[in-house]
Design a protein around this ligand. Structure first.
Ligand code: Q0N
Length: 287
């Protein structure tokens, strides 16, 4: 555990500690959630895969927007980061129509104020990626909001900047991933401000927990897409007749091994690196 660090927050699968006035330590566990429930069984190295991927993207998107990454620790799952003043906004970009975007579209024909063509199907590719902000819910689900509501939360000028930066990040990473056989259906960022009021990318970036990764060779609009990383877990859970309320089920060894292999495969395809090289020295992802 981190040396004399105070615990300042936790997500479903990550913990945040204070190192000093300016720095936090973000630690990614091997916990996995499905249908919004954290399961009792861990996926070995999942936290390292996500930390490595996030650092890989931070290193490659610094010209688009600076980020909070200061250092990767040797354990491969802990990141020292700059402490920011986080914006009260989830910055979501969608390139495909799925999840809550698909739900909102079916109900209203629009997503966060973006009116879309009338004949779109589940998982269709959008003509252009769209910025679809959401509020940060303390508990339960984030709520999608339109651009006027988002601009009220952060101010019009900051909203415009956040939208442009988010779209640019998504265009960069989705093009890169698509060349490697992975579709980034959508993604979520958390942005903050440094002491000078400059916009900085925080949290994690383009991980399977913050984005939907779809295998490109199985993409078929008109139906929900299999998840690159979690599909074994979801399929297994569906065989149990579990009602998707806590507690979640234990996972058998073959589901754990298959899921770990998919996370490692996503890491290796996207980074072009051997995962073993990352375990030997996490800094290889910084290129
Ligand atoms: C922060 N969250 C929400 C980890 C993820 N660099 C930062 N500076 C200040 N605050 C935060 C960050 C970051 N990242 C982000 N909470 C605080 C997401 N957390 C929840 C807990 O697990």
């Amino acid at each position: 555990m981190p040396e004399a660090a105070t615990h300042v927050g936790s997500g479903k699968v990550r913990e945040l500690y204070e190192l000093d006035d300016d720095r936090l330590l973000l630690v990614a566990s091997d916990r996995i959630s499905t249908f919004d429930v954290v399961l009792p069984t861990e996926i070995p190295d999942k936290g390292r895969v996500l930390t490595g991927l996030s650092a890989f993207w931070f290193a490659r998107t610094r010209e688009i927007v600076p980020n909070h990454l200061l250092a990767l620790r040797a354990d491969g799952r802990s990141t020292e980061c700059r402490r920011l003043e986080m914006l009260p906004l989830e910055c979501v970009v969608r390139g495909y129509l799925t999840g809550s975007g698909w739900k909102d579209y079916q109900a209203t024909g629009a997503v966060c104020g973006h009116r879309l063509a009338e004949d779109l199907r589940d998982s269709d590719k959008l003509p252009e990626p769209i910025f679809t902000p959401a509020t940060k819910a303390q508990e339960g689900h984030d709520e999608n909001i339109d651009r006027e509501q988002a601009a009220e939360l952060v101010g019009q000028e900051r909203f415009d900047e956040v939208e442009q930066v988010s779209l640019e990040l998504y265009r960069f990473a989705s093009a890169y991933a698509a060349e490697r056989g992975i579709l980034l259906a959508d993604t979520k960022f958390e942005l903050g401000l440094d002491e000078e009021g400059q916009l900085v990318l925080g949290d994690e970036a383009f991980t399977p927990d913050s984005s939907r990764f779809w295998p490109a060779d199985e993409y078929e609009p008109g139906r929900p897409q299999p998840s690159f990383d979690k599909q074994f877990v979801r399929d297994y859970c569906e065989t149990l007749g579990w009602d998707k309320t806590p507690p979640g089920p234990e996972l058998p060894d073959d589901v754990v091994a298959g899921t770990r292999a998919r996370y490692v495969e996503a890491f290796e395809r996207l980074t072009g690196l051997d995962f073993d090289a990352y375990l030997a020295d996490p800094n290889v992802v910084l290129g």
